[in-house]
Design a protein around this ligand. Structure first.
Ligand code: FES
Length: 150
């Protein structure tokens, strides 16, 4: 076990865990922040996407020991009010079906728009290609990203 001081959603959180623990499980099990989802555990589906210093990152394969001083943002911290432009666009387009993958989708989409506020269709496809949705909401996701970019 080792002690870590993590910057999560603008607050400092102290935890004492095995250094190899993926940050996904620190968030979900230790800090009870369950908005970040477990899908594959192998960096293949995107359900666990968080931001690390603003970049979309798969939390299921990122050990807590690798975080250092980087700032973590989770879906809970994207917007305190739920009124982030991407979240608003998601509602407008009624994107979610079962909803399980959607926090990861929103975190990837919001990271894309932060680095590229006017993405092309190809930019969107490239940025979102690692986020799998078993309900097939891809077209609505794309439209919502375009709306959020306006
Ligand atoms: Fe991390 Fe699938 S759970 S990418």
């Amino acid at each position: 076990m080792a002690k870590y001081s993590l910057k999560i959603n603008g607050k400092t959180q102290q935890i004492d865990v095995d250094p190899s623990t993926p940050i996904l499980w620190v968030l979900r099990d230790h800090l009870k922040m369950t908005g970040t989802k477990f899908g594959c555990g192998m960096a293949m589906c995107g359900a666990c996407t968080i931001h690390l210093d603003g970049n979309a990152t798969r939390s299921c394969v990122l050990p807590v020991s690798a975080i250092g001083k980087s700032a973590i943002t989770t879906i809970e911290g994207l917007s305190e009010t739920g009124k982030h432009p991407v979240q608003q666009a998601w509602l407008e387009h009624d994107v979610a079906q079962c909803g399980y993958c959607q926090s990861g989708q929103i975190m990837s989409a919001s990271a894309l728009l932060k680095s590229n506020p006017k993405p092309t269709d190809e930019d969107i496809d490239n940025a979102m290609s690692g986020n799998i949705c078993r309900c097939g909401t891809y077209l609505r996701i794309k439209e919502a990203i375009k709306t959020a970019a306006k």
